[in-house]
Design a protein around this ligand. Sequence first.
Ligand code: ATP
Ligand code: MG
Length: 266
Amino acid sequence: MIDILIEGAGFDYPDGTCALKQVDARIPASSTIALTGPNGAGKTTLARLLNGLLVPTRGRVLVGEIDTSQVPASRVAGFVGYVFQNPRRQVFASTVLEEVSFGPRNLGRTETQVEEAVQVALEELDLSKRADYHPYELSQSELRRVALASVLAMQTPVLILDEPTASLDGADQERLLRVMAGLRRRGKTVLVITHDMDFVAEECERMLVLRGGQVAADGTPEEVFAAGPGPGLERPAVWRMAQALDRPGILRSAALLDSLRPGPGA
Ligand SMILES: Nc1ncnc2c1ncn2[C@@H]1O[C@H](COP(=O)(O)OP(=O)(O)OP(=O)(O)O)[C@@H](O)[C@H]1O
Ligand SMILES: [Mg+2]
């Protein structure tokens, strides 16, 4: 079980852009957390800091006991898997099988362990029949699933999904929810970067709102939406519907339906 601590972490890109000013936050083990905020708020930069791809230029990031600036990125990647916002930037191998095998092999797993992890990940994302395809032969949906499968196969305790809900069709959305439910059952920590507030309300226990490279809100969705998520971010549809039906503060559709059922003796 691994907690992540972000302590006064800031990041400037080499061209001088200050993407994160100073971020303090804790991501407790086995939680499902949303990371949200307007475009350019620093969400992807923070994800790269958590996964060791970047190290903070100020402050520090602790993954369990590990200070990410003190170890090679590959060590951090063994704990925190990161599914890129753009799968074309992540996927590089010449077949799906090679792509999904790369991560676990790189972590030093035995060939038997690699084969098993890859098979499970391909099945979970309905990609078994695509194992020998070149990634460029795949649809956009399949390519995104390959990016997710290659991180699932690494079996890290923490996973970061960068905008997995952007432009998904119904089948993809259901598949994503299934995968997330499986991760939760296995006690994984899942950090989901998203602009989809309905998804946050239904799926996440906590949410962190970044704005201009700083934490603008951090709490349960109930707390954050009660206070208002701030400019550019809408409250979830269920929250607004519940408000109109005089059921303020309800966020999830199941809870709203329950509240509308006639009580005993009604
Ligand atoms: N490689 C880079 N070099 C210089 N500046 C960058 C680089 N990548 C991002 N930035 C800048 O850093 C800031 C934060 O960007 P980041 O991609 O982390 O935001 P984001 O919240 O993920 O945005 P989006 O919602 O659009 O994905 C922005 O001002 C962005 O232009
Ligand atoms: Mg981003």
